[in-house]
Write a protein that binds this ligand. Sequence first.
Ligand code: PEP
Ligand code: MN
Length: 336
Amino acid sequence: MIIQLEKQISRSAKAKLDQALQAIKYSTTEVKTQFGSYLIGIGKSEFDIRTIGNLEGIRDIHRVSDAYKLVSTKWKIGKTNIDLGDGVSVGNGAFQIMAGPCSIESEEQVISVLEHLKENDIKVMRGGVYKPRSSPYSFRGLGIPGLEFWYKQAKAYGIKIVTEVMQVSQIEAMLPYVDIFQVGARNSQNFNLLDELGKVDKPVLLKRGISGTIDELLQAAEYIFSNGNEKIMLCERGIRSYESAYRNTLDLNAVTILKDKSHLPVIVDPSHGIGVRKYVSKMALAGVITGADGVIAEVHPIPEKAFSDGQQTLNYSEAEKLYRNIHKTRKLYQEL
Ligand code: PEP
Ligand code: MN
């Protein structure tokens, strides 16, 4: 059960509500976000919803029996639009392309990518300064110094930054430079990290775990929301399957299902989703047709020389063709 509270609920009204919930043996968790105050009630007994809904200080009450609640469509009318600042937003009809290299490598590379994005009217640049790598001997990112020069350049171009945070201790130092925190697939169920990102007033792009179910992704998002941050994007980036002809299985079923089960925007990552450069663009378009609110794609000036994930990274001309086709496909989707 979700109880939406009035912003200024009085102490006596709160006490009456607590009493009513105790009477039906519901335990509660209070949630305060940037946008609202909620009480999450967990219990088994049947009761007349009006006995609580009619109490003073309550805006609305909803029965939501799924394990995830605040991220569910079952209580919220309409879809969530996340404001990224400067007139850029995502969700509820607003679509964004996020593009850039797997890893931030140099200031020169950053400027080249920003120039490319600007020319193509793309508002968000992706890139990693903390890279989760299977081998400890692979390039693991430039860390804060890389983020600093990236931020300086991105600001000058008026382009937003989405980048991965791998652990709680990195949040504070990254905070001034980041527009969207990415939680990578390997950290999708790092509940301590999710808790802390819930306390930050910055959007979070939450990727699905390598072997994560749709339900687990939604519950991971619930961690962020229930800690106070409603600005969450869900990202389908492919799951591990038995197939070896490609890197991951981009689960486009999940896009339609997530859009149905949650009011949060859904972003498709075709680069990690299939992991093979020549197939990436078509999978991106398939993601758009399934209703994604955005695409995040790996793009590099010279993919063959990329420090990481070059095999799935588009060059500028491939990327430009993809952007044009995304806009066309988006129009087609809107007509469906
Ligand atoms: C990335 O975006 O480069 C990345 C490491 O993604 P994922 O967590 O989906 O593997
Ligand atoms: Mn990558």
